[in-house]
Design a protein around this ligand. Sequence first.
Ligand code: IVH
Length: 782
Amino acid sequence: MSENALERMAWLVKELNHHIYNYHVLDAPTIPDAEYDKLFRELQALETQHPEAVSVDSPTSRVGAAPIPEFKQVTHAVPMLSLNNGFSDEDIDNFDRRVRDGLGRAQVQYAAELKFDGLAMSLRYENGVFVQAATRGDGYTGEDVTANIRTVKVIPLRLRGDDIPAVLEVRGEVLMFKEDFERLNQRQRDAGQKEFANPRNAAAGSLRQLDARITAQRRLRFFAYGIGLLEGAPLPESHSKALDWLDQLGLPVAKERAVVTGCEGLLGYFHDIGARRKSLPYEIDGVVYKVDRLADQRELGFVSRAPRFALAHKFPAEEALTTVSAIDVQVGRTGAITPVARLVPVSVGGVTVTNATLHNEDEVRRKDVRVGDTVVVRRAGDVIPEVLSVVLERRPTPVPPVYELPKTCPVCGSHVVREEGEAIARCSGGLTCAAQRKEAIRHFAGRRMMDIEGLGDRYIDSLVEANLIHGVADLYRLTLDDLLKMKRLADERDGTTPETVKQGKVATKWADNLLAAIAASKHPPLERLLFALGIRHVGESTAKTLADWLGSLALVRRAPAPLLRVLPDIGGTVAEAIADFFAEEKNQQALNDLLAAGVAPQGEHAPRAQLREKLDDVGLLAALGIPKLTEPRARQLLADGRTLDDLAHLKIFSVFGLPEGVVTALEQWMAVPGNRAMLAALAALRTELLAQLPQDAVDAAGPLSGKTFVLTGTLPTMSRDAAGALIEQAGGKVSGSVSKKTSYVVAGAEAGSKLEKAEQLGVTVLDEAGLLALLGAQNSIK
Ligand code: IVH
C-alpha cells in the first residue's frame, strides 16, 4: 500500500470530520455539500481498496452498522444518578440555603444550564477516540448503543485539540429538534406508520433501533452537560470551566448557560429561560442548577441517589392524568358542535383544569375517549386544554360504551347535522338556537340582508342579554321602552352612561330611528329574506336562484332537496342544507313568527315557467342521490308509465331488469325512515306544480326558448356566468359542448376548440355585442 494513499486517507478523515463539526456543531458550513460528497466518496473508495487502513474515526462509519440481535450491557464506571426536583421559588430558596449551610458560606456561585428533555447518554473517549456510548439504564448499568450513536453527526468521533485526556466519559442528553420531529412524523404519516407523541419519544425510538441504519436516517442531536470519568488530565476547577473545556474538545454544549449567584441569580436565570423556552429549537423541561466549584460539589456529596450540590428546577408539567366524568357538547355561535370532556379537576401547569376539548366526533373516535376513562390532558401556554390520549389499561369494567354525538342540540333541541366530508357537526336550529342567537340576528340585520340600519353588534348583544329578543321575529315587536331599557343596560355595562342621561334627560331620537329602520325592513325582496335566514351554504346568489325559480317563500320552504337540486347552480350539499333547514320544525316556527310579525317579501311571483322542464321525473329521480341510480337507470324505473308516486309505494324493485347492485341500493334507500315519505311528497309537489305552470312552457318561457347556446373564451364586459344567466332568463339553454343542435356559439377572446367546432359545423358564432343585440332585439319583439 502506498504511503500516498495512506496519507490521503488520513487527510480525508481529518478534513471531513472538520467539515462535519463546522456544519453540525457550529452550524456554520465551510464547504458546499457537493464538495463534501466528493471527498466522502473518495474516502469510501480508498477504504474499499485498503480495508485494513480504515481509521477508527472515519466518517464513513456513521452510516449505520448492520443490525445486531440485542444491546450489550455496559457497567458505568461512574454511576449516572438523577437530580432532585424543585418547582416553587420556595424550593429554590431552600436549596440555596442548604448549600450555603453545607459549605458554611454566605453566598454561593452556581452554574445554571438547561434541563434537556431527551435521554441521558454517556460517551466514552479513549485517547481522544470515541469508543463507546451507553444509555443510563438503572444508573449503574445501561445498554451499549455505540453503533447508533456513531450515526449522530454532532458527536465527534475524535476529540479536537492537543489537550486530549487518556479517558474521558462525557455525560449529556440525546434529543431531537422540534423541526426534525415534525419532519419525521410527516414521513411516518406518509408511510402510513405510527407517529411519535413527542420529540423525546421520537429520540428514544430512534436510538433504540437494533438496526443503526434506521437511527442514521433520524436526525438526533446531543448536548453535553458534564463529565463522568476523567483520566490523564486534571479536572477543571469548576463545572462552568468543565463545560467550556468540553466545548473546546469539539463536543456540543448549549450556549444558554450562565454562572449566577444566590437564589436571586437562580430565579433570574429560570425566568429568563422560561421566556425563551418557546423559541429554542428543542424541548426542555426546566433548568438545572449546579454548585459551580467542583471542590464544593465534592464537599456537599450525595444523598441516596441524587447530588446535594445540584437541583432541577422544573417548569410546571403541561400534562396530567385524570378521569373523564362526562362528555358534553358545546354549541358555538355558528352552530358548530364541539364535544368537551368534563374532568375530575386536576392541576396542570399550575392551573386547575376541569374541561378539555375533544375537538370533534372523529377525534373522540380516534382517541376512543369514553366516560370513566383515565386520560392524559395537556395544557400548553394559553391554548384550550385538550385530551391527548386514553390510558387503556385503566379503562373501568364494565367497559363504558363508545361515545356518540347527540342527535339533537343540547341548547335548542334542533337536530344535529354533519355534512359529508365535514369533521364538524352543526346544530340546524340557526334561527332559534340560543347559542347562535346573536350571530343569527347580526346576519339577519346585515346590510345585504334585511338591512336594518343602526342595529349594530353592541345593541344586538344588549338586546339578547336583556332578554328582549329571543329570535329575529322579536325585532319587529320591540317598543320604544324596550330600546331605552336596552340602551341603559348597554351604557351601564360599558360604563358609558352619557351625562344627559345621568341628569334624567333621555334622548329618544336614535330609538325612533331604529324602530323606523326595523319597520322599513319588513318588505324585502324574497332573495334578501332568504339570504337573511342564515341557511348554511345559501349566499346571495343561491338565494337569488331560489327566488327567481320558485318565486315564493311558501314554495321554497316546502321544496324537497331533489327539487332544489335540479335548479341551476344548486348542488347536492346546498340542496340538502336548504331542505334540512326547513325540515327543522323550529325554523319553520321562526318563519311563521316573522310572517306573523308583519314581515312579507315583496314581488313574489309564480314559479318560473321553465321549472316545467326541470320537473322531468327522470331528472328528479336521479337527483335523489340514491347510490348507483344514474339517469338511464331512473328512466328504466319510470318506464311503462310508472310515476314517482308509484315508486314511493312499491315494495319490490327486482322486476324491472335493473342490475342487482342497483336494486339493493334502492331497497336500502327506501328502508331509510323518511325517504319514502319524501319521495311521495316530491311526487305530490311535482304534480301540483305541473298543474300550476303554463302548459306551453316554450312560449311563456321567454324569447330565446328552444335556443341552445355555448359560451367560450373571455367576453369583454361580463363573465360567462353572467351571460349564461341572461340567456337563461330569456328562456335559452346554455350547454357545455358544441353540436349540430347548438343554435349559437358566443365566443370571446382566446376561444379555442369550441369555436373551431362551431365553424366546422356551421353554427352561428356571436360575440358579446351580438349576444346583447340578440337579447335586445328579442326583448323589443316581445
Ligand atoms: S446533571 C448527578 N444536567 O435529567 C446529576 N442532567 O434527573 C446528573 N438532564 O436523566 C445529571 N439536562 O439526563 C444534568 N443539564 C443537565 C440535564 C440533565 C437533562 C437529565 C439527565 C437525567 C435527569 C436527571
